[in-house]
Design a binder for this molecule. Structure first.
Ligand code: 4AD
Ligand code: MG
Length: 480
């Protein structure tokens, strides 16, 4: 078998030395023709491979370059050098894959995140992106563990959908019709989607919620975790055209149960990452600290990354109604001094991210769950409150990110739901499958969607959402 190797993480973590091992990985640096820093992605730390003079021919030595893939066999010994407990004293080195040092874009120096985004296929081989994507993996695992341990059923909801019922955002069309103008047309000149692959117009999903609700009416507690797509032209550090969302949906839960679930969930997965990715998070914390030093003092965050994560895990989220939030914002000095781009003067407006960030970063200084929004700025399926003006919605806002979760108790009363759909011009005939849950055994239920990449931003301290998904899709960019 070729792949008899020990992971670098296992060697560095073990409590003993003086045994033979084979490691394989990619060269980060090669110093003095003697010391290879080798990384295999199992941990942020490299193993130092010591190449004694005379072991290799000059020709082989020349091939040990940054980026090359190397197999090294030798004795694991206590290291005399600083910075590592053990090193591998090589008895044999094999170059598995050469890497032309002149052409390899990753040099052993600091590169900007912008540059690394252009070489997303290689950036995973840096310390920063190694740490980010190992944390991303852990969070994904913790999400499944959280729901599995609580008896939720993981539902795979469709990626191609036949309706834009959600209204959550602009959708990407899915079609096999020709784009050269020869597609069959209706009498009125519009495209005849009966001729299309599915016999109807289809899109990429913006959310698995509606299907999640159907499943919750059978399994009581379900969740989805999959990619979702929005064709909004939002060129921001918080939006992707393709992002991953986790959507639990729970029968018999009301808005308060929903908030409790979301808060427990967020705290659980952050704790999991802190326990299982301590090295990666320590590295990212250090990275953030250095980045913060470049900023003017008044713009620096008050807490370091680990401090912030601990704070979030150990403190209750603030629960505030939309109406209370509007009062706070309207009365704030920020508003009075006209520092908001969108000034707050009345009830009913949708909050902009500047308002959300003011609430969490300046006013409460902790995560905030905002509830009971005006019905006119929220989706049709949210449960109508008795005041006739608001719905049982909840958004969770977190420092540095803004909205991380959007959810609600759902309207389970058929008459109220259809009335609202009519008001909002949502075709009830197309949505008959959804309304069936209200016709046959309806019950109170609630759910939410957590944006996976926004969570990763929060946990890693990164500031651009394009840096926490391996291959980001955003306007004018679908490389790799
Ligand atoms: O608030 P949203 O639009 O809610 C829904 O889609 C509901 N159907 C969820 C539910 O109740 N089951 O999106 C949920 C979350 C947001 O809070 C945000 O974190 C994230 O998804 N999100 C995005 N993340 C990255 N890029 C985008 N373009 C995003 N749009 C939403
Ligand atoms: Mg939302």
């Amino acid at each position: 078998m070729f792949n008899i190797r020990t992971k670098i993480k296992a060697i560095l973590q073990s409590e003993n030395a003086n045994y033979e091992a084979t490691v394989m990985g990619w060269v980060r640096t090669f110093r003095n023709n003697q010391f290879i820093a080798l990384n295999d992605g199992s941990t942020n730390s490299n193993i130092q491979v010591m190449v004694e003079l005379g072991l290799l021919t000059d020709e082989t030595i020349k091939r040990i370059t940054t980026g090359a893939c190397v197999k090294a066999t030798g004795q694991i010994v206590a290291s005399l050098g600083k910075g590592q407990k053990y090193e591998l004293k090589a008895t044999a080195i094999e170059i598995l894959g050469d890497s032309d040092a002149e052409k390899f874009p990753l040099q052993p120096k600091k590169h900007s995140l912008e540059f690394l985004r252009e070489i997303a296929h290689l950036r995973m081989r840096t310390n920063t992106f190694g740490a980010i994507f190992r944390v991303r993996h852990s969070l994904a695992y913790a999400i499944h563990k959280f729901y599995n341990d609580r008896g939720f059923v993981y539902m795979h909801t469709p990626i191609i959908t036949g309706s834009d019922a959600e209204g959550a955002g602009e959708m990407f069309k899915v079609t096999t019709l020709p784009l050269d103008g020869t597609a069959a047309k209706n009498d009125d000149g519009s495209i005849n989607f009966k001729e299309d692959f599915f016999g109807k117009s289809t899109n990429l999903t913006v959310s698995g919620q509606l299907e999640g609700e159907l499943a919750a009416m059978a399994f009581s507690e379900v969740y989805t975790f999959g990619p979702t797509f929005r064709a909004e032209n939002s060129n921001t550090t918080r939006h992707l055209a393709e992002f991953w969302m986790i959507e639990p949906e729970v029968a018999f839960n009301d808005l308060e149960d929903n908030m409790n679930l979301a808060e427990d969930f967020i705290k659980y997965i952050i704790t999991y990452a802190m326990e299982h990715n301590a090295d990666d998070l320590a590295f990212l914390a250090q990275r953030l600290e250095e980045e913060e030093k470049q900023k003017p003092t008044n713009e620096r965050s008050e807490m370091g990354l680990l401090e912030k994560l601990n704070f979030v895990v150990n403190n209750d989220f603030e629960r505030v109604t939309y109406t209370e939030a509007i009062d706070i914002l309207r009365e704030s000095n920020h508003n009075k001094k006209k520092k908001f781009q969108y000034l707050i003067d009345g009830w009913g407006i949708d909050l902009q991210s500047e308002h959300e960030r003011y609430l969490v970063e300046k006013h409460f200084k902790k995560p905030v769950i905002l509830t009971n929004y005006p019905k006119d700025i929220k989706a049709f399926y949210m449960r109508q409150n008795d005041d006739g003006k608001t719905v049982a919605a909840m958004d969770i806002l977190v420092p540095g990110i803004g909205e991380m979760v959007g959810g609600s108790q759902r309207e389970e009363r058929l008459d109220k739901l259809t009335q609202r759909m009519n008001e909002m011009h949502i075709p009830t005939d197309e949505m008959s499958f959804y309304l069936d849950t209200r016709r046959f055994g309806a019950c109170p239920h609630a759910g939410f969607g957590l944006g996976f990449e926004r969570l990763i931003l929060f946990v890693t301290g990164m500031t651009n959402i394009r840096d926490v998904i391996p291959f980001p899709r955003y306007p004018k960019s679908a490389a790799f």
